[in-house]
Design a protein. Sequence first.
Length: 350
Amino acid sequence: MKKLMLSFILLLTTVVAALPTAAHAEEGEVGFSVQAILPENQVNSEATYFDLRMSPGQKQTIQVAIANDSNEDIIYDVNVNQAYTNENGFIDYDKPKSDKPFDESLKYKVDDLISYDNEVTVPAGETKLVDFQIAMPNESFDGEILAGIQVVKDPNRGKDTTGQITNLFAYVTGLRLTMTDTEVARELKVSEIKADTAFGGSAIMATVINPTMDAIGKLDYQGVVYQKGDKEGTKQTFEYVGKEMSMAPNSIYNFAAELGKKALKAGDYVVELKISDAKDNVWEFEEEFTITAKKAEEVNKIVLPKTETKAAGPSWIGLALGVGAGALVSGGLFLYAHLRAGKRKEKLSN
């Protein structure tokens, strides 16, 4: 079965709070633009994304303006996506690729708080205001709810694009909802540790959890991995001074300590991981885990060249057997030729 391959062009600009802001495309490039209509309860008046101070139980309708600069009517797909942490360790506002991008601590889902139309038609050359109805939780909370209002234009909408690469043009406008100025104590946890593949090589995967309603930015990751009981002999270090790496509120990030094109060996291991942010918070973890023989074989088959995954013994045995077989064949042919020559000589002498 042919698969539909999509190539997204996301037109967005990140700001301090890692929130995308609506931007205007060059004329003729994508043919539309999106702008947030900022209400009176906007906290940051200089921002072009929504930064709203709300109260418990408050209901409010906000709007974005979609300007269709093309010469034809366009149907736009509209989504409000909860902020999550993507596979590269950054806050993202697209549809999450992971099946479980959020921690069980996520209490307020934007799907439950915001109502809107998923499709909006804007006539050629016109601008249309699109409504989003927000219904805040009845109880007060500290921290923030982060989301992105995504407006997508599909140039091939309604066409059969099976097996083709298509471009989807999209704008994402950030949405931040708060009730108080109370600072939330930052916290990070580590749960499952396992061996796997990442970016074409072997890796140790650590599931990092942000269980708080606070976006954490400028994260650095560093540490070591070693066989249990042999730290000095097997230690491998890793360091990711990401500076811009971040985690969305109540999200999960599968951090990969990349080991490169190295074979994994079964056994018991220890990972020491230190994570720090720009506010001088430091989280240190020391976790034990096991690499089974089955898992090591699975990873090695993927990351190592086929010639390296085969045992050396059988290859030499095969070579020796081949040489031996060749010698037997050559010897047999020589003996056969010698016997035929002897018989011919005998006939001539008779």
